[in-house]
Design a protein around this ligand. Structure first.
Ligand SMILES: Nc1ncnc2c1ncn2[C@@H]1O[C@H](COP(=O)(O)OP(=O)(O)OP(=O)(O)O)[C@@H](O)[C@H]1O
Ligand SMILES: [Mg+2]
Length: 420
């Protein structure tokens, strides 16, 4: 294949960046000139891969370390030509595979014999590309690696779920603390609550946590030097396993938060938790707006009252003007009663959006939980707890094994007491 025709083929159909993030870094080992040229043109034609280096020999000595050959971090993809020396190519693949398993190995060869393909796969190669390597073949193989990387990144990152009241007193802190404690306890999820109130935040009080030194805004001010150790000094730990970064106590001196620093702090926190629930004060000031831009979902908590519903409409209008995608908004109707003066369908019509979740009205239980500082022990059999368990499942949490066993025991009555 001549290089000109390869270039034409690659340029013919422009494509989007399906990896959705950084291009994959690619290194070559003993590739023939034509394959290397194809790769170069492929890298030029779309931002899917970035070529890093090309080794002209198979390194198979015990003392050889792939990080010495390729540098750090390990490349996303290593393409190894098997035609020059099949045995050495397989050995090199094995060494790379065992020392950096996150690197995807592509065997490249002009020989399609099944036993050769099997040998390459046994050495750790996930793809066997036949020469002359074509655009489609490359594209598909690269897409598979990109997809796997995306899944890995996503599965390691917390969902950031923001909760804001349509007006004060709609029940944000009650729901966030109970949901947070459930996720941490019954679902064994690494869960963090961030109290984003600039003053008078209640999350610490609702969780009965009084021993903490610092608050969220001090963390944001230190975002540049944030590391795992510094984070520990900001966390208050609840007995359910839930972590909390509290709000300032009382009205602290007004703070000027640098634009972008809230998002930067959450990027750091995301890597350390499965769920981050944010207890936000009502209102659409700069910090709340930055939070809403950064979160995965914004839950606007309302009650079935005209003033609250009017605020939800205003919030959605304003946020839409600020180009926040509508799919990010979720309406949570708290203190729900079947026989309410304003019906659910009237609410949905007014808001122009379905109600995402309804939490039953159970004042006595919620107040008990708040006063006891333990949002799950007191509520274990309440309607609100059952409802929030279902919410936890809806947002993707699966109960831990211990919780499943507990539930089975509860539901099997007398036999359950005997452990059957
Ligand atoms: N599902 C519910 N059923 C009955 N009462 C509830 C429910 N959820 C919350 N409440 C009650 O509503 C009141 C306000 O709750 P909460 O403090 O959680 O609201 P908030 O939105 O965080 O308020 P603020 O705007 O002050 O932060 C509390 O007395 C609480 O007990
Ligand atoms: Mg509150």
């Amino acid at each position: 294949m001549n290089p000109m025709s390869i270039r034409d083929a690659l340029n013919n159909s422009p494509r989007e960046n399906f990896s959705g993030s950084e291009p994959l870094s690619v290194v070559g080992v003993c590739l023939d000139e034509e394959t290397w040229t194809v790769l170069k043109l492929f890298a030029e034609s779309a931002p899917l891969i970035k070529l890093r280096s090309h080794l002209s020999e198979y390194r198979i000595q015990e003392t050889d370390s792939p990080s010495d050959w390729f540098g750090a971090p390990a490349p996303d993809v290593c393409m190894i030509d098997f035609d020059r020396d099949r045995r050495k190519a397989a050995q090199a693949a094995e060494i790379i595979h065992s020392s950096s398993p996150e690197t995807a190995l592509f065997a490249v060869s002009s020989d399609p014999q099944p036993n050769f393909i099997i040998d390459a796969m046994r050495a750790g190669c996930s793809e066997y590309l036949l020469k002359p390597v074509g655009r489609e073949q490359l594209l598909n193989a690269v897409a598979r690696v990109g997809g796997r990387r995306r899944e890995r990144v996503q599965s390691n990152k917390a969902q950031v779920l923001a909760f804001m009241g349509a007006k004060g007193g709609c029940g944000v802190t009650s729901l966030v603390t109970q949901l947070g404690a459930l996720l941490a306890n019954s679902y064994s999820k690494r869960t963090l609550i961030v109290d984003l109130h600039a003053d008078f935040g209640d999350a610490a009080l609702y969780l009965g946590l009084t021993k903490y030194r610092y608050h969220f805004f001090e963390l944001v001010e230190n975002t540049e030097r944030l590391d795992a150790e510094l984070l520990q000094s900001f966390l208050a730990r609840h007995s359910s396993g839930l972590d909390l970064i509290p709000a300032p106590e009382g009205n602290d001196t007004p703070r000027r938060i640098l634009p972008g620093s809230v998002a930067q702090t959450f990027e750091f926190l995301r890597m350390r938790y499965d769920y981050i629930l944010v207890d936000m004060a009502p209102g659409l000031g700069e910090e709340n707006l930055e939070m809403i831009r950064h979160c995965d979902q914004l839950h606007v908590i309302t009650v079935a009252e005209v003033s609250a519903l009017r605020n939800v409409v205003r919030h959605f209008d304003y946020l839409t003007r600020k180009e926040i995608p509508r799919e990010r908004f979720r309406v949570v109707l708290n203190r729900h009663q079947k026989r309410s003066l304003i019906s659910d369908s009237e609410i949905e019509k007014t808001l122009g959006q379905k109600i995402f979740w309804k939490v039953p009205n159970q004042y006595a239980h919620v107040v008990k939980a708040i006063n006891g500082g333990d949002p799950i022990a007191l509520l274990s059999s309440s309607e609100v707890t059952k409802n929030l368990r279902e919410l936890a499942s809806t947002i993707g949490a699966r109960p831990s094994l211990a919780a499943e066993k507990e539930k089975k025991r509860e539901s099997s009555g007398f036999l359950g007491l005997l452990g059957r």
